[in-house]
Design a protein around this ligand. Structure first.
Ligand SMILES: [Cu+2]
Length: 265
């Protein structure tokens, strides 16, 4: 893996990145693997040198119980590296996990509410959008399965929940991975940089159908997103009016009304 940090292999390991904060995660990934590669090379060279010395017969075998100076050195160096990594990654951790995006409402800065409620269950993804009342978990929510449309170029907050066991919301091209614990609503956020279609998978072994727990996320412009959402609301109210069977229930409509420019991927 370390070899993938060295030209001409550099860039072949990680998938494309469409996330604003993904760059810092990729940078950390490269840094950590470079540190690992250096340690691997240095220990390999020392080991080869020790074997060569033993083979020449220059050294007789000796026995000693400990070497205080050596033990201090090999404790301080790895300890120092770990402390450096812990401090160096703090900004990235804050951006991705602690600093919930804010927005201004009537001049007051408040936490940005979730745009979609994502419910994981064995073995699929449910996506619930607020309906015309702009509130989640009400009767007019829109419901889709395994396909989600989101706007790019702005912070998107998602509310993750599980209906049954532990799942993990993993979008490699956004560098997002978050465990979902039953009974706990977990917020995540990210900002996509461009129009794209990316894969969503479950990264927590959740049963026999785990492999099939896959979804798609389409990123479109804010204008396209708004018109798509309005259209879905209209379709839902039409369907509720027209069908007694769907009274008070959830209606699943197609996402095919949103076109994605394939070259944007
Ligand atoms: Cu799973």
């Amino acid at each position: 893996m370390a070899a993938f940090n060295i030209w001409p292999l550099q860039g072949l390991w990680l998938p494309d990145n469409y996330s604003e904060t993904g760059r810092t995660i990729d940078h950390l990934w490269t840094l950590l693997h470079t540190i690992c590669a250096v340690i691997f090379l240095v220990t390999g060279i020392v080991l080869a040198w020790a074997l060569w010395r033993a083979g020449t017969g220059l050294n007789k075998a000796t026995y000693f119980t400990h070497n205080t100076r050596l033990e201090i050195i090999w404790s301080i160096i790895p300890g120092g590296i770990l402390v450096f990594i812990a401090i160096y990654q703090m900004q990235s951790w804050n951006e991705n996990k602690l600093l919930h995006p804010k927005e201004l409402v009537n001049g007051v800065s408040v936490s940005r509410p979730p745009l979609v409620r994502v419910v994981a269950r064995r073995f699929s993804w449910e996506f619930h959008y607020p309906g015309s009342d702009e509130k989640l978990e009400t009767i007019d929510d829109l419901y889709f399965e395994n396909e989600m449309v989101l706007p790019y170029g702005e912070d998107v907050v998602l509310q993750l929940e599980s209906r049954d066991v532990i799942h993990s919301f993993f979008v490699p091209k956004l560098r997002v991975k978050q465990d979902i614990i039953p009974g706990h609503a977990q917020m995540i956020w990210f900002q996509a940089t461009q129009e794209a279609e990316v894969a969503l998978v479950c990264a927590e072994l959740c049963g026999w159908g785990h492999y099939a727990m896959q979804g798609r996320i389409k990123f479109v412009s804010r204008a396209e997103f708004d018109s798509w959402l309005t259209k879905q609301m209209e379709l839902k109210s039409l369907s509720q009016k027209g069908s007694a069977a769907s009274k008070g229930g959830l209606v699943q409509t197609s996402l095919e009304t949103v076109s994605i420019n394939e070259s944007g991927q």
